[in-house]
Design a protein around this ligand. Structure first.
Ligand SMILES: [Cu+2]
Length: 141
């Protein structure tokens, strides 16, 4: 029991995620990312125009070092990836490293989820991470 208490104390004293906190780019305290369109629960047809909204921070292309900026990532039918790693780059994690604030996608008919996650110049989520609500849309054709 004594040993357990000791390790608990040590764990508490360790700066949990300390390395992450120092490596990650800080986000602005009031930063908010959201979908301008489509909206949660929307029924849409292909091609789907997705517009990204951002408050409290600015957009900068990947590789640009500027305080309180980042670029959008569109997560399609997936959850938020590990926040201490570079955001994956694949069909479900689409990067907008050019600083784009909208895109046009095609999805199979049915239900899909979309979520936005802001990444810094290295494609790493900020600390704290800035991500949107996960929305569900229905594609009819
Ligand atoms: Cu990126």
């Amino acid at each position: 029991m004594k040993k357990m208490l000791l390790s608990l104390t040590l764990a508490t004293m360790m700066p949990l995620g300390g390395a992450l906190a120092s490596d990650a780019t800080p986000s602005a305290p009031d930063a908010e990312v959201y979908f301008i369109s489509p909206t949660d629960g929307a029924t849409v047809t292909n091609p789907i125009t997705v517009r990204f909204g951002l408050k409290g921070m600015g957009i900068a292309p990947a590789g640009t070092e500027r305080e309180n900026t980042g670029h959008h990532h569109l997560l399609i039918n997936t959850d938020i990836p590990p926040l201490d790693e570079n955001i994956p780059m694949d069909d479900q994690h689409v990067h907008f490293g050019g600083g784009q604030t909208e895109t046009t996608i095609k999805l199979a008919p049915g239900q899909h989820t979309l979520q936005l996650l802001l990444g810094d110049m290295y494609h790493l989520p900020h600390d704290p991470a800035v991500f949107s609500q996960k929305i569900t849309i229905t594609v009819t054709e």
